[in-house]
Design a protein around this ligand. Structure first.
Ligand SMILES: [Ca+2]
Ligand SMILES: [Ca+2]
Length: 81
């Protein structure tokens, strides 16, 4: 068990790590990054959900088949962060 001061330091370190900018931030080729901001997050998830439909060639169609569907959603979730 960690004592109180050690536990606080541990939690602070954890939060700092989570808040740091990903190394690939700004990389337009991040898999699952629909809106091209370099991070796969809830914005990309909503972008795909909004586009759920037959949509050949749409940027939301991540696996390049002829439809935006749950497979594309899973591509976003699979590359989350
Ligand atoms: Ca994004
Ligand atoms: Ca697709």
């Amino acid at each position: 068990m960690l004592g109180y001061p050690q536990a606080v330091e541990h939690i602070q370190g954890f939060e700092e790590n989570n808040l740091s900018t990903p190394d690939d931030c700004g990389d337009p080729t991040v898999p699952g990054d629909v809106n091209g901001d370099g991070i796969v997050n809830v914005s990309d998830l909503f972008a795909v959900m909004d586009a759920l439909d037959p949509c050949d060639g749409c940027s939301d169609n991540l696996n390049s088949d002829e439809i935006v569907d749950v497979v594309d959603l899973l591509e976003v979730v699979g590359n989350w962060g």
